[in-house]
Design a protein around this ligand. Structure first.
Ligand code: SAH
Ligand code: SF4
Length: 380
């Protein structure tokens, strides 16, 4: 019988599991804190956990971390992990420091079925959904590995301070096409007995899966980022094929519904700047007309991270600045994403899709030299 991966369970799930074993509910909270707050995987090290529970868990459950294929640290403090998810697939997780804390960019799928033209993950096709445990394992590993390596962060009572204070689901994959696994992972991130992240510091980024935007609002209304990339349907369809199913108007309406429950929130619209494709002043004016006064939002312009198969180029810096100016003049809060971790090719979702063949993973890591800077203009 395969052991239950305890990282697959949010606290409600763990409570149900512990009750099934004939143990008291509060034991689940204890166990959850050992795993997520203390980063302990070894059940025998959980000293104040009833021996009866530990004995029952030993044969039935485990904390199944993801094997690390590689870990790279950039001169600017960015850290990138490549995790083996089996079957020749790997996913990428990136930590972007800001001060003594930072943002973790997490993957939701191996590959992606949406197939956006400018995205190397999309070009690799879809391999499979990650489980809740595989999504949570990225945060579990990053948080506790970083805490261990930064001993000086420890505060007076010897509890190491939290390192990851912001999570963005902007790694590989479309999180809203892996909804069932996503929601318990988000709940674990928000749980006070888990990672204790605030609702506004966990961001789901989506290419626009409208029905699931509506469900997320009901189930776990975290911050929402929408990958827009174009001001009209014709252009967006050519970049984000999903637009054929859910057009811009329908998408913006779902954004408004999303904000209904949280009137002080806003949507972050991401816009990847592609030279000669979506970056003219006319596009900027069209975008301003589309959004102004309609959706409370912020715009985040992303410099395109080129890769050969895309046949696309990054917009020149001056073009990005001019584009931003049009939007700002129209009263839209607009930021340009900084690039980070250039020296380790650290861009969420850019590298791991290449690792189809595990035996070649390391070789390809070394061989790959396409510059894919990492995003850091995340909503905070
Ligand atoms: N699937 C989700 C989340 C993962 S992609 C989504 O599409 O939103 C995270 C962000 O990276 C998205 O805004 C996506 O459009 C952007 N992105 C993908 N490929 C890129 C590239 N080559 N250069 C710059 N941004 C890219
Ligand atoms: Fe998938 Fe997002 Fe890449 Fe589009 S941009 S292919 S939705 S990961």
């Amino acid at each position: 019988m395969e052991r239950v991966n305890l990282l697959d369970l949010d606290r409600d799930g763990l409570t149900a599991f512990v009750e099934q074993l004939g143990e008291k509910r509060f034991r689940a909270t204890q166990l959850f804190r050992w795993i997520h707050q203390k980063g302990v995987a070894d059940l025998d090290a959980m000293t104040d956990l009833a021996r009866s529970l530990r004995d029952k868990l030993r044969d039935r459950a485990e904390v199944r971390a993801l094997p690390v294929v590689s870990e790279q640290a950039s001169a600017d403090g960015t850290v990138k992990w490549l995790f083996d998810v089996g079957g020749g697939n790997a996913v990428e997780t990136v930590f972007i420091p800001e001060g003594d804390r930072g943002t973790l960019c997490v993957s939701s799928q191996a590959g992606c079925a949406v197939g956006c033209r400018f995205c190397s993950t999309g070009h690799q096709g879809f391999s499979r959904n990650l489980s809740t445990g595989e999504i949570v394992a990225q945060l579990w590993h990053a948080e506790h590995a970083l805490r261990r390596s930064g001993g000086e962060r420890a505060n007076a009572n010897d509890t190491p301070a939290r390192v990851v204070d912001n999570v963005v689901m902007m790694g590989m994959g479309e999180p809203l096409q892996n909804y069932g696994a996503l929601v318990p992972a988000l709940k674990t991130m928000l749980d006070d007995h888990g990672y204790g992240l605030s609702r506004r510091r966990v961001t789901v980024s989506t290419s626009g899966v409208v029905p699931m935007i509506d469900r997320l609002r009901e189930d776990c209304p975290v911050a929402l980022a929408v990958s827009l990339h174009a001001p009209n349907d014709a252009l967006r369809e050519s970049l984000v094929p999903l637009n054929r199913k859910y057009g811009i108007d329908e998408l913006l309406q779902s954004c408004l519904r999303y904000l209904d429950a949280a009137p002080r929130d806003f949507i972050t619209f991401e816009y990847c700047m592609l030279d000669g494709v979506n970056d003219s002043d006319e596009h900027a004016h069209e975008l301003a007309a589309l959004l102004r006064g309609r959706v409370p939002c912020k715009l985040n312009l992303i410099p395109f991270n080129p890769f050969p198969a895309s046949g696309l180029r990054r917009s020149p810096r001056e073009r990005v600045l001019a584009f931003a100016r049009v939007l700002q003049d129209a009263g839209l809060v607009t930021t340009i994403r900084k690039t980070r971790g250039d020296d380790i090719d650290a861009a969420c979702g850019q590298l791991a899709g290449e690792v189809q063949d595990r035996t070649n993973a390391q070789a390809r890591l070394v061989a790959r030299r396409v510059t894919v800077p990492i995003s850091s203009g995340v909503p905070r």
